[in-house]
Design a protein around this ligand. Structure first.
Ligand code: ZN
Length: 452
């Protein structure tokens, strides 16, 4: 089944630093952007705690969502111009999928909340499941706008995001190892963080992309542009997304939310200032509309209130977060260093800190690219290069650079602890314990950490 919706008499544009213009050609897209659930994305930052390191990273999920829409729209245009389907099953592009692709691209992150990563861990929410709920639940404006096209349209958009939609071209445009989502966030996050990696030739990639029977492929002549994209992704994860200090701020944020939630369950008067909008989450009994009331500003306001709460742990963690006192960290090898790490956590406790809130273990790993492995649990769609005679070659078979990193995960395990423990302290009450802690820290620093 195909869905259609009238075009605007004259297209509308949004100015965008990445794509220059975001072109809106359907009233439906404009109506979706104007829903309250989508406007909420203006109040949720795209990269969470990264802005404590890269202060430019103030950009929001709103801009990214528009960017993914625009990237998908350009791909549809290019496919329709160069590879229009002539007969069913010819493996070319059927432009009757366009509206579905555009809506899925625009709404793919609609379920994100404030500081998704930390929030999800503590309150057991899931932005992907919430995206589907926002799209399919009759109580949202997004759902009403989508259903105005056809009663089955919301479910179709949801199935693209869930990757169950039967046409692989449509699904791979929105989620695969090289999709409209990843291409937009890599370039956008590089731009706003101000780093010099993460850039690649988007115009060239969009130009060499083409549909084929099993999904999306890239013309062989575009191999170097695709290589560059893979390397950009690898560098952005290593340098920005997995930045040890950003993870040190996130560790505090997680513990702060965890402590507030703990206090709510354990004390009769847990908070001087009531955190009304978080109560349903403390009580583990929240609805979609509770979730949609949260944003970065709500959390920041509560953190400001918590600065002068009676619980010293809560107020101290709020201070560390708001005044940017990230936990320090040291990388360790998961198997061989476990005894040292356990000992260090024990020493932190012996120095008077509650280790549940003042230490944290964080593992951040990314797989920049992998080819299809039939026996693995997560099945990846590999990147295919297509030659003029139509033969397909998997990217790592053709590119030695990609081959060198294919199938390897990169990242590290880190132990986090309060920053002051790396400083000499006058009148150190715990001098011996502190010395032992510092000695273990130095030992770990000197051991070679190799990627696993
Ligand atoms: Zn996204």
């Amino acid at each position: 089944m195909y869905f259609d919706s009238p075009e605007l008499p004259r297209e509308k544009v949004f100015r965008d630093p990445i794509h220059d213009h975001i072109h809106v050609q359907h009233q439906l897209i404009l109506d979706l952007i104007n829903t309250k659930e989508f406007q909420r994305l203006r109040r949720i930052k795209q990269t969470g705690t990264s802005l404590f390191i890269f202060h430019g990273a103030e950009h929001t999920r709103f801009g990214h969502s528009l960017g993914v829409y625009e990237t998908a729209r350009r791909i549809c245009d290019q496919f329709q111009r160069n590879y229009p389907s002539q007969s069913p099953d010819d493996g070319l592009w059927d432009d009757r999928n366009r509206l579905l692709v555009l809506c899925a691209a625009l709404l793919h992150d609609i379920g994100h909340g404030p500081y998704s990563h930390a929030f999800e861990k503590i309150f057991n929410t899931n932005h992907e499941a919430i995206s589907i709920q926002i799209i399919t639940s009759p109580e949202t404006e997004v759902n009403r706008v989508l259903a105005s096209v056809h009663p089955d349209f919301p479910a179709a958009v949801a199935s693209v995001i869930e990757k169950t939609y039967p046409n692989p071209q449509v699904v791979q445009l929105i989620s695969s190892q090289i999709d409209a989502d990843r291409m937009d966030y890599l370039i956008r996050d590089a731009y706003y963080t101000g780093v010099n990696y993460g850039r690649f030739d988007l115009a060239r990639i969009l130009r060499v992309m083409r549909p084929h029977r099993g999904g999306i492929a890239f013309h062989f002549s575009g191999m170097h542009a695709v290589e560059d994209y893979i390397l950009s992704r690898y560098q952005m994860y290593m340098q920005v997304y997995f930045h040890p200090v950003s993870r040190g701020v996130e560790a505090i944020l997680s513990h702060l939310l965890e402590r507030a939630s703990y206090n709510y369950g354990h004390f009769e008067h847990p908070l001087k200032h009531s955190a009304t909008l978080l109560v349903p989450f403390f009580e583990k009994n929240w609805t979609l509309s509770d979730y949609l009331r949260l944003d970065d500003g709500v959390l920041t306001t509560y953190f400001l209130h918590w600065l002068d709460e009676d619980d010293p742990v809560l107020s101290d963690l709020a201070r560390r977060f708001l005044h940017r006192k990230p936990f320090k960290s040291v990388a360790y090898h998961n198997e061989t260093d476990q005894a040292r790490v356990d000992r260090m956590i024990h020493l932190v406790e012996a120095m008077g800190y509650n280790p549940d809130y003042y230490t944290s273990l964080n593992s951040s790993y990314d797989l920049p690219y992998d080819f299809y492995r039939p026996h693995q649990k997560t099945k990846r769609t590999q990147i295919e290069l297509v030659e003029s005679d139509g033969t397909l070659t998997e990217l790592a078979q053709a590119s030695q650079i990609v081959n060198a990193i294919a199938g390897k995960t990169w990242g590290d395990h880190r132990l986090y602890f309060p920053h002051e423990l790396l400083k000499d302290q006058p009148d150190d009450l715990f001098k011996e314990i502190h010395q032992e802690f510092l000695a273990l820290y130095q030992e770990l620093r000197q051991l070679q950490i190799t990627p696993e």
